[in-house]
Design a protein around this ligand. Structure first.
Ligand code: G1P
Length: 304
């Protein structure tokens, strides 16, 4: 047990990654390939998300998958054929890249079956998670590895108990794309207390411009609530609706806090943002960056 932790307050070690979506915004690329496998520079988007969980100390990862998601399991598994071919060639660099994803974390998979919404996907994790607090990371949200968020959320959960969600301030005309939180300030400038939540409100109905971004640390009581949560927006069982109930009654499952994120986040589910993520991360790469930046500068000068 980690120093300072008691049995009633176990260290958070489990991450749940819902990955059952159809990825229709990226057709035809996603006709036969899961959207989570689309490369961001030279790594599939989902690997960044698993790496983020691991770097926050969560090395037990459960993916909620669906039909046609086999490549996800293969990516995080060994590939002996490829490994021995690279070994024979003496290509240690590429061999390390192949082994990196299978050595990252202990991976588990469960299928969602019916696509009944994010809340339902999270509920599929109940038997694996049990009675501990756990994290949920949405694959479409890519948090720049240089701006850690999840580790701070785990810290806030350990301090306050209950649940913690990630928030980002967005322009009023963007709020209808997100869950939105009504908040009260706390003594910590990056932490707020959540008083109400609403899934994808119209701008005029939004209680604030605090948008939920896809990182959550949840108290396991969320499962009891999700079992009773009726379909909400879009006819789907919404995680936001279940969290709203947690926030409304602190006696069950403790308070809900928000960590306000000011770092770099890319929505890789959106084609424009996906391209921006690739360009930004490629520019920062030691191996590719210098040459790519030189090309990009001259391309922009010539084209604009
Ligand atoms: C989901 C959540 C929403 C949240 C968003 C963050 O929506 O339901 O509350 O703001 O993720 O990316 P989705 O984008 O899956 O429709």
């Amino acid at each position: 047990m980690v120093a300072g932790m008691t049995e009633s307050h176990p260290r958070i070690s489990k991450a749940v990654i819902p990955a059952a979506g159809l990825g229709t915004r990226f057709l035809p690329a996603t006709k036969a390939t899961p959207k989570e496998m689309l490369p961001v520079v030279d790594k599939p988007a989902i690997q960044y998300v698993v790496e983020e969980a691991v770097s926050a100390g969560l090395d037990d990862v459960l993916m909620i998958t669906g039909r046609n998601k086999r490549p996800l399991e293969d990516h995080f598994d060994r590939n002996y054929e490829l490994e021995s071919a690279l070994q024979k060639k003496g290509d240690a660099g590429r061999l390390a890249k192949v082994q990196e994803s299978s050595d990252l974390a202990t991976m588990h998979y469960v299928r969602q079956g019916d696509p009944r919404g994010l809340g339902h996907a999270v509920l599929c994790a109940a038997p694996h998670v049990g009675h501990e607090p756990f994290a949920v990371l949405l694959g479409d949200d890519l948090i720049d590895p240089r701006d850690p968020l999840l580790a701070r959320m785990v810290e806030v959960q350990e301090q306050h108990g209950g649940s913690v969600i990630a928030l980002m301030e967005v322009a009023p005309e963007q709020i209808h794309l997100y869950g939105c939180a009504a908040v009260e300030t706390t003594v910590d400038s990056d932490v707020v207390k959540i008083t109400d939540l609403v899934e994808k409100p119209a701008a005029q109905d939004a209680p604030s411009n605090y948008a939920i971004i896809g990182r959550y640390v949840l108290d396991p009581h969320i499962f009891d609530i999700l079992r009773k949560t009726e379909p909400g927006r879009g006819g789907e069982i919404q995680l936001t609706d279940a969290l709203q109930q947690l926030a409304a009654d602190e006696k069950v499952g403790g308070p809900v806090h928000g960590v306000v994120f000011k770092g770099r986040r890319y929505d890789t589910g959106d084609r424009g943002d996906y391209l921006r993520a690739i360009v930004r991360l490629a520019c920062e790469r030691e191996d590719l960056g210098p040459e790519f930046r030189t090309w990009l500068r001259s391309y922009v000068t010539e084209e604009m």
